[in-house]
Ligand binder design. Structure first.
Ligand code: B16
Ligand code: MG
Length: 215
């Protein structure tokens, strides 16, 4: 039995990693070092603050807490400037259709994202109305793999975590789902998302029947 589905945003519903990458790379370049797409993979699912710490480590640069706050804000201003232009056609394949089928079947939906910009993104791509509850980076204190973001999503939906399924593309996100006592569907490759109960390449491969088969 499945009562609720909880979705990560970046990498599951939309590809915002490409915008994060452009903004982080610009920041790194301004500080005098490079930041590669491969290194950007390390930041998926992590908070903005934690991401900046990792970038500073990569560049071997030390900054005070005040300077870090300024840098994080500068990166976010560039990022927000890009996501302002996001369009409904940027929703990843199958995501909208799967959300609609859940709504028709009476399965509750929540967003569980580390991003403080999640609400804006859902509005821009026209998906806000398909989520019953949105838990984002403004609502949580502990980052994935801590289950807080997903447990808050389940609580907001009045759902028992045991009957919730989380959709995640990041290792830390799958771990967070399992730590919260939920089922996890990994979006991506089985080599990376070993703890997931099922792996699909996109939400286009999901259906109500496959959801039921999860047990
Ligand atoms: P913001 P998710 C995460 O989104 C991104 O994967 C991660 O790269 C980003 O640093 C984080 O949101 C915070 O985003 O700077 O907008 O608050 O995958 O948890 O939906
Ligand atoms: Mg993600």
């Amino acid at each position: 039995r499945i009562d609720a589905c909880i979705f990560d945003l970046d990498g599951v519903i939309v590809d915002t990693a490409k915008y994060h990458y452009i903004a982080w790379k610009r920041l790194a370049n301004e500080m005098g070092f490079d930041f590669t797409e491969e290194q950007n993979e390390l930041l998926k699912g992590l908070s903005r603050t934690r991401s900046l710490e990792i970038i500073l480590e990569i560049g071997g640069v030390q900054k005070s807490a005040e300077e870090q706050a300024v840098l994080a804000k500068r990166k976010n201003d560039w990022y927000v400037d890009m996501i302002r232009h996001m369009q409904p056609d940027e929703v990843l394949p199958g995501a909208r259709e799967f959300l609609e089928s859940l709504r028709e079947a009476g399965v509750k939906t929540a967003l569980g994202s580390a991003s403080k910009n999640a609400g804006t993104i859902l509005e821009k791509v026209g998906l806000a109305a398909l989520f019953d509850v949105v838990v984002d980076g403004n609502a949580v204190t502990a980052s994935k793999p801590d289950p807080e973001v997903f447990l808050k999503g389940a609580a907001g939906l009045h759902a028992d975590p045991a009957y919730c399924v989380v959709f995640e593309d990041a290792v830390a996100g799958v771990q967070a789902a399992k730590a919260g006592g939920m089922k996890a569907v990994g979006i991506g490759s089985a080599d990376v998302l070993q703890d997931a109960d099922m792996i699909v390449s996109s939400l286009g491969d999901m259906s109500l029947q496959r959801l039921k088969n999860l047990k």
